[in-house]
Ligand binder design. Structure first.
Ligand SMILES: *Cc1c(COP(=O)(O)O)cnc(C)c1O
Length: 437
């Protein structure tokens, strides 16, 4: 065995990967380096990246500008505590973020990961209601098919079935669940889509601090694209019932849906917003929770303090790379890149519609989804994608892509065509072995 093979065997025995069994793990592939939109495996194979490392690496890997920002920052300091101290990278980043997020979000809390940013948002909402003299309002309302992270409060507002609430019964904080938005992004708006969540709000508003959801695109909970008018109505309902509106833009932020932030599809501003993933261009785990002055002042009224403070809060390296990444983004190139990816995915994923076993094909911004009628066998299909030279990581019934914005035309075409080809082969094979139609 060569070194990579030895380590792969060690990895399989000792290291947990996301959502895997230690007894019967799925094989992992050893990566040597990644550059632009390509992942180089230790065995010499090169894969075109269709995942942006889960929404994050929007500028591609090993980007000279992002690398330089980190090198420069490391000469000054990699980290310094944020309690009682501050630094330029954090100030510059806050200034930039406040100027690009929906207007009104002017206060910012930095944390280490998306899940923590969601925990922070939930705490903010509860502390806000408490400070306003409404301590009874401490529950969350959300919609089904959502995903907000893997820590406990975040898990508590994930889809109750897919989020495996049954494993953590009586441990998760209870939340109210409305049905997932039904009216698709592409359909004519149906006024009745918010009727069910509105009636939950009417009935339970005295207990509910905030509504939390992913705007327009529900990501890991089902890759669903719903109508922006849903959010407009929700904004009005939240005002009526004194609930805060929390947008989880951790996946949708920074241009992925075709708008800089998905909230802009609805032209509204939430009270609290979470960002993460692409914030550092996929370089370092980092996230932020932004709030309006109304929320910030509310929490701080009567001497109140906001009760959170991670050790690595405002990490200068993360801030520096985020600053460089946002500068790249604000040159505006992303708009043409995302529009081109949308066009190419729309054209080259379309043939999948004719495959038996495919339920739906949809594209929004730089997100392409093939939804199947049945769950895929990840062990089989993963290897087929790697053999074909493309990195796609399906889950459940979803084979989807969100490529780095820097993908060249031929990369995007290869990703989409490979998705169709692999699925065609996979579905044939699957029909043969299972005898299913
Ligand atoms: C990924 C994700 C999270 C969790 O972020 P982590 O950095 O993995 O903790 C939360 N919300 C949404 C919408 C996400 O896509």
């Amino acid at each position: 065995m060569n070194r990579a093979e030895t380590y792969l065997a060690f990895d399989k025995q000792h290291i947990w990967h996301p959502y895997t069994s230690m007894a019967n793990p799925i094989d992992a592939y050893m990566v040597k380096k990644a550059e632009g939109a390509h992942i180089h495996l230790a065995d010499g194979r090169v894969l075109t990246d269709g995942m942006s490392s889960w929404w994050a690496a929007i500028h591609g890997y090993n980007h000279p500008v992002l690398n330089r920002a980190l090198h420069e920052q490391i000469q000054n300091m990699s980290h310094i505590m944020f309690g009682g101290l501050t630094h330029e990278p954090a100030c510059i980043l806050s200034e930039k973020l406040i100027s690009i997020v929906p207007q009104g979000l002017e206060h910012i809390f930095f944390s280490d990961s998306g899940s923590v940013a969601v925990e922070v948002a939930i705490k903010m909402a509860i502390q806000y209601q408490h400070a306003l003299g409404k301590p009874g309002k401490k529950k969350l309302l959300t919609v089904k098919k959502g995903y907000h992270g893997d820590t406990f409060a975040a898990m508590g507002v994930c889809d109750p079935v897919q989020g495996m609430h049954c494993l953590f019964k009586n441990v998760l904080p209870g939340a109210f669940f409305a049905q997932a938005p039904q009216c698709s992004f592409f359909d004519a708006w149906d006024e009745t889509d918010t009727a069910q969540i509105a009636s939950l709000m009417a009935e339970h508003h005295q207990e509910i601090a905030a509504v939390i959801l992913e705007p327009v695109v529900q990501g890991a909970g089902g890759m669903r694209f719903y109508h922006p008018n849903y959010l407009k109505q929700l904004r009005a309902l939240c005002n009526r019932y004194d609930m805060l509106l929390i947008f989880d833009e951790i996946a949708t932020g920074f241009g992925r849906t075709g708008k800089l932030f998905a909230a802009q599809w609805a032209e509204i501003c939430p009270d609290i917003m979470c960002i993460g993933k692409a914030l550092t261009g996929g370089y370092i785990s980092f996230a932020a929770t932004l709030a309006t002055s109304e929320v910030a002042r509310g929490i701080s009224a009567k001497g109140g303090v906001f009760m959170h403070g991670p050790t690595f809060m405002g990490n200068p390296l993360a801030c520096a790379v985020a600053n460089a990444g946002i500068d790249l983004l604000m040159t505006g190139a992303w708009q043409t890149q995302v529009a081109a990816i949308q066009r190419l995915l729309t054209e080259h994923l379309a043939p999948a519609r004719d495959l038996k076993g495919v339920k739906d094909v949809r594209v929004l911004g730089a997100i392409g989804v093939i939804e199947l009628k049945e769950e895929v066998d990840i062990r089989v299909i993963q290897d087929m994608f790697v053999q074909a030279g493309v990195w796609i990581r399906p889950f459940g019934r979803l084979v989807y892509t969100m490529p780095p914005y820097v993908c060249r035309k031929e990369d995007v075409v290869k990703i989409a065509q490979t998705m169709c080809q692999v699925l065609n082969n996979y579905l044939k094979l699957h029909q043969k072995t299972s005898g299913a139609i």
